[in-house]
Design a binder for this molecule. Structure first.
Ligand SMILES: *Cc1c(COP(=O)(O)O)cnc(C)c1O
Length: 298
């Protein structure tokens, strides 16, 4: 069996914070809810796939705040009856299923305006909460790091849109080394997008951040045999649940960087567990995990 020696790693368990919307998503969405209240918007509208953690969290928080939510879901109904969307509907989210072609227009200003008109008065949130507002909400994660792990100098976080990474980059100590592990294969403009968020926010200091693109294990939401073995071994030994899309790839990256000799095993690393455990239900081989049933409240 694969060893899971990870050197000197501490985990910041955001998966245990945030109530119905655990992990990084509640931080990212915080500012949007504040804006919606301020603007008197009756509902929040956003985009995602059938397994979107973003839509799941938006629905949960909408339910908590008493604000309506609308999810524009990629793909026709038969491919989008997932456990995630069932939760979202239970929390009152209205789902609008659109074809893949229509979904491709999500960044198009004309399309966005038509959605704003259709759901007025509403606030439209970009896919994944990827904007300066989302980034500002994530600064709170850096503030938590400063409180609970002020000595941390090497911090690692999984990356999708890079919004969380950008929020951390401007809220942890400026002399921290911050490494993002991309969950996507070949996200060529990721660094540019993170750089753009940081440029607009113009914070007082920015940590020394970078992204690794070589731990996607086959692509977004894909799992190869190595990653699968790693997850099962890690969970058995550490009794901490991961999910294959983001958090497992981050911990696997640490394991590999140490195994390949790029990182010394004794250097302290703070890894941010960004949650997403509700997505484990998309991986039948994980659903049987012994810890899973006991702690899931969904
Ligand atoms: C969305 C998500 C991420 C990625 O966050 P970004 O801000 O888009 O980079 C990381 N981990 C989990 C569990 C997520 O759900």
């Amino acid at each position: 069996m694969l060893g899971v020696s990870l050197g000197n790693v501490s985990l910041l368990r955001l998966d245990r914070s945030g109530g119905l919307a655990p992990g990084n998503k509640s931080f990212k969405l915080h500012t949007y809810f504040a804006q919606a209240k301020q603007l008197g918007a009756a509902r929040l509208v956003s985009f995602g796939g059938a397994w979107s953690n973003h839509l799941h969290a938006l629905a949960a928080l909408g339910h908590q705040h008493g604000i309506e939510t609308v999810g524009i879901v990629r793909g026709e109904a038969n491919e989008s009856e997932t456990a995630m969307l069932k939760d979202a509907v239970c929390w009152g989210m209205r789902l609008i299923r659109v074809s893949r072609n229509e979904y491709r227009r999500r960044h198009d200003p004309d399309y966005q305006q038509s959605l704003r008109d259709q759901f007025a008065p509403c606030l439209l949130i970009p896919e994944g909460g990827a904007s300066v507002a989302g980034m500002q909400g994530c600064r709170e994660i850096g503030e938590i790091v400063g409180r609970v792990a002020p000595q941390a100098r090497r911090i690692i976080v999984p990356v999708g849109t890079g919004t969380t990474l950008a929020g951390l980059a401007c809220s942890v100590d400026g002399d921290c080394e911050l490494l993002g592990i991309s969950a996507l294969k070949g996200a060529a403009d990721l660094e540019r997008r993170v750089g753009e968020l940081l440029r607009v926010a113009a914070p007082a200091s920015v940590a020394n951040w970078s992204v690794r693109h070589d731990f996607h294990c086959g692509g977004f939401a894909r799992v190869n045999a190595e990653l699968r073995d790693f997850i099962l071994a890690f969970e058995a030994v550490q009794r901490v649940e991961l999910e294959p899309v983001y958090t497992a790839k981050m911990l696997f990256a640490i394991h590999q960087l140490i195994a390949q000799g790029e990182w010394r095993p004794d250097t302290p690393v703070l890894a941010i567990h960004t949650g997403g455990l509700q997505g484990r239900r998309g991986y039948p081989w994980l659903a049987r995990s012994s810890i899973s049933a006991a702690v899931r409240s969904f």
